[in-house]
Design a protein around this ligand. Sequence first.
Ligand code: HEM
Ligand code: HEM
Length: 187
Amino acid sequence: MPLKNSSTRFGTVSRFLHWTVFLLFVYQFIGANIMTRLGRNGTAFGMNGDFYYNWHKSIGLVLFALVLARLIWRRTTPLPDWAECLTEPERIITSRLETMLYWLMFLLPVTGYLFVMAGGYGIRLFGITDLPNPIGKQPAWSWLVWTLHILFAYAALIVISWHVGLGLKKHVYERAGLLDRMLPFRK
Ligand code: HEM
Ligand code: HEM
């Protein structure tokens, strides 16, 4: 499969970035719900709360790098033409949803990062090394970025559900094969 997008389908780079980001998002949601529910001495699958917090923050930073790569790739590589099965209103909705998804993929790690730095919690990258805190403790506004982080996380769930719903409607219900343009290992 070619690395770049063709006029009819997404290439390997776009597919790799799309599905890696998806898998890491799934991890972020599951991990976040585990970590915020574990008590001080609680464990889940043999790991304690510190483990889940460190991995949530670290994977969040990996996601930030992937999203920057994705944005650069999208801006420098032509997209495939619109899928013929999408009606004019569906193209408008798809384009708005994609813009929202990019904003959310960008703002989630930024608010998460600002919250842990402003709250003075810091980041121990994958449990190995502490990252410096370039902004210092900021109790005056750390609650604000915490609130935004939670709001963006649940807004992302809604937008992703809409995006997935539209894709599945076209692929499964209308049998238009839309997912073949993006699924891995599909020609
Ligand atoms: C974290 C979850 C997801 C995010 C953030 C996301 C984001 C995006 C974005 C931004 C695009 C536009 C292409 C690009 O710029 O890469 C796209 C395309 C696409 N996504 Fe997702 N997506 C997610 C999950 C899913 C899932 C679970 C499915 C499967 C049902 C899916 C199916 C598709 C398809 C089929 C396309 C190509 C549409 C077309 O042919 O134009 N996405 N996605
Ligand atoms: C795309 C990346 C991210 C996603 C999808 C995400 C998602 C979430 C979700 C769903 C929650 C739980 C909300 C709840 O209480 O129900 C959460 C909490 C949290 N996130 Fe993230 N997050 C991301 C990136 C980050 C990053 C980069 C950091 C820090 C460097 C971070 C730090 C935190 C912290 C500390 C909490 C817990 C707040 C509390 O204890 O109430 N997140 N995140």
